[in-house]
Design a protein around this ligand. Structure first.
Ligand SMILES: [Fe+2]
Length: 245
């Protein structure tokens, strides 16, 4: 089974449209969005609706949680908090209600894969898995992990291989189905990459082989930047899209 994954869209409809069109070309059977549909960007309603239209299984990210009032906005710096409040005012009742019922996790045991916004160890705690030690903390729940756990949240592409009580950093291209091995991988951000590559990130998981592919795509980021300015959101949110920072 082919599953397409988008993550951290952050109200960037131009990036989401490009990612969904790639997944359509790839003829995926299921789309999963790893959360942070909204926050920072100028098109929150459009992004919610585009995901609903493709029946994406969508998880609750921390920005989504803050928008619906399930997380305090005190955790955010001023500009991000203002964007969360702006988003709350923009969203239709339908989309607010849709965000309100999103889960923290999604598991597909048959395909040996689970999905999280942040981390399997504490899906509602918004823990970052960026360094080896973050992955190592998951050894204690090794038996509960599926072969692959896919994460968003960090806006970075990372992969870790867990076996024999140890986590090691690896490459996404090394991921496959293996006995007594678990992989944890973050797929990067569709709508606000932070790895100095301004191209958006979208992932493909092939459950038969257990392989994960990260595809980076160009999109009309100038249009998104213009909409950020038009909405009166922080200009830095637009500038970072041009540099991937
Ligand atoms: Fe995010």
């Amino acid at each position: 089974m082919k599953i397409g994954i988008v993550s951290d869209v952050h109200s960037n409809m131009e990036a989401l449209a490009a990612a969904l069109s790639y997944l359509d070309e790839q003829q995926v059977e299921q789309i999963v969005c790893l959360g942070d549909v909204v926050g920072y960007g100028p098109s929150p309603n459009e992004c919610c609706e585009m995901l609903q239209e493709v029946n994406a299984v969508t998880l609750l990210g921390n920005h989504d949680a803050a928008v619906i009032g399930a997380m305090s906005t005190e955790y955010y710096y001023d500009a991000a908090r203002l964007a969360i409040q702006w988003t709350r005012r923009q969203l239709s009742t339908h989309n607010l209600e849709w965000l309100y019922q999103l889960p923290y996790t999604y598991r597909r045991p048959k395909e040996d894969v689970s999905f999280f916004h942040s981390a399997p160890i504490c899906p509602s705690g918004y823990f970052y898995v960026v360094f080896k030690d973050d992955a190592q903390a998951h050894i204690r729940m090794f038996d509960k992990l599926t072969g692959l756990s896919l994460l968003g949240h960090s806006h970075l592409v990372r992969a870790f291989r867990l076996s024999d009580g140890k986590a090691k950093e690896t490459q996404v291209t090394e991921i496959r189905r293996e006995e007594d091995v678990r992989y944890i991988a973050s797929v990067g951000s569709t709508g606000q990459p932070r790895d100095r590559n301004p191209n958006g990130s979208v992932a493909l998981y092939e459950s038969d082989s257990g392989e994960l592919l990260i595809h980076r795509f160009d999109y009309d980021r100038e249009a998104t930047v213009a909409k950020i300015a038009e909405a009166g959101l922080e200009s830095r949110f637009g500038e970072r899209l041009l540099t991937g920072s």
